[in-house]
Design a protein around this ligand. Structure first.
Ligand SMILES: [Fe+2]
Ligand SMILES: [Fe+2]
Length: 333
């Protein structure tokens, strides 16, 4: 199991082989799966909205499937007119200064946010590419080096759009500047850019129209599986203090799910695949989310629609420096 990538396709394939009333033992033998791994697979099946359990019949353990499914979106049981509608845009990991940055695509998303009349964009960290002293190969992957160049770039180039406030946290790459010389991007950006509001290093809890939203930039290594790490982030949340929505940056992946009654979104990035990711065999997804939320007066979500905006290879400017030379700051007055 350790070499297998546990993604939705793999789970779907296994789920097909778990026939109703078929033997659990035969299944485990066929796929060389032990009982701990089986429990994990069942847990993931449920996470992906498949209702399956194990029951005992005639002294044999068999799979039992039921047709009702949990879906990511829940239909409102109230009148739309009585609900509060909130639409926000979520972005992350812009990694400014990296030669693979995709500022022109971030501009596209901000233009779309403007056209939709959105007033809040949340950025989940790794605003800049940072400066890792233990990665001597990093400067070759950058066109902006050090704190001054990267912080100035954010001030000068981050989209400035009438009516939109960007609320941001700082992530692992941003933090390298603090570790190297106690310099923080937020200190300069938010002094100069009144449309950019700093919320915290690594994480922040915010409230929009009564809805509790937690922004998270975990740090640490990524994983081959898209669901494992975000699932773990939700597991550590205390029952009474859980947010309604958890937004996770850092992994450069795109995924939305519901777990422990929390709507989780893994927010993709605005940077093409880096040399580091290629070496590690990590996937990298470029894009953003628009979230349409209908909530009641207590901040409980009645209807949630995460709209995934993804860009592909043809949309990206992957040639070193092209983004730097061609792209202009998006300013809408
Ligand atoms: Fe990142
Ligand atoms: Fe990060």
């Amino acid at each position: 199991m350790e070499e297998k990538s546990i993604d939705i396709e793999y789970i779907n394939k296994l789920y097909k082989y778990m026939k109703n009333n078929s033997s659990v033992e035969d299944f485990m033998e066929k796929f060389h799966i032990n009982s701990n791994e089986l429990n994990g697979i069942l847990e993931l099946c449920r996470l992906y909205g498949k209702n399956i359990e194990i029951i005992k019949t005639d002294n044999t353990l068999v799979f039992k499937k039921s047709l009702s499914k949990n879906t990511i979106t829940t239909k409102p049981n109230m009148d739309y007119n009585k609900l509060i509608h909130t639409e926000i845009c979520v972005v992350s990991d812009t990694h400014f200064g990296n030669i693979h940055q995709q500022l022109h695509l971030l501009n596209k998303v901000y233009k779309e946010a403007y056209n939709r009349g959105i007033d809040t964009v949340l950025h989940c960290g790794d605003m800049v590419d940072g400066n890792y002293l233990n990665r001597p190969e990093q400067p070759r992957q950058q066109f902006l080096h050090g704190f001054d160049e990267q912080a100035s770039y954010v001030v000068d180039m981050y989209p400035k759009v009438k009516g939109i406030t960007t609320k941001y946290i700082l992530g692992s790459h941003d933090e390298t500047h603090y570790k190297n010389g106690q310099a923080t991007i937020n200190n300069w950006v938010s002094r100069i850019r009144k449309d950019m509001v700093y919320l915290g290093q690594d994480s922040a809890s915010i409230n929009i129209n009564g809805i509790k939203i937690f922004m998270d930039h975990p740090g640490g290594g990524s994983s081959q599986s898209i669901s494992y790490k975000p699932q773990k982030r939700i597991e550590i949340l205390e029952s009474n203090h859980k947010p309604k929505i958890l937004l996770i940056g850092h992994y450069h992946k795109s995924y939305s799910f519901v777990y422990r009654n929390v709507r989780g979104i893994e927010v993709p990035c605005f940077c093409g695949k880096t040399q580091f990711q290629r070496k590690q065999g990590l996937s990298n997804v470029v894009g953003a989310y628009f979230l349409n939320i209908y909530s009641d007066s207590k901040g409980n979500i009645q209807y949630f629609e995460p709209e995934e905006i993804l860009f592909n290879k043809n949309d990206m400017w992957d040639e070193a420096g092209k983004d730097k030379n061609k792209v202009k700051q998006l300013v809408i007055k």
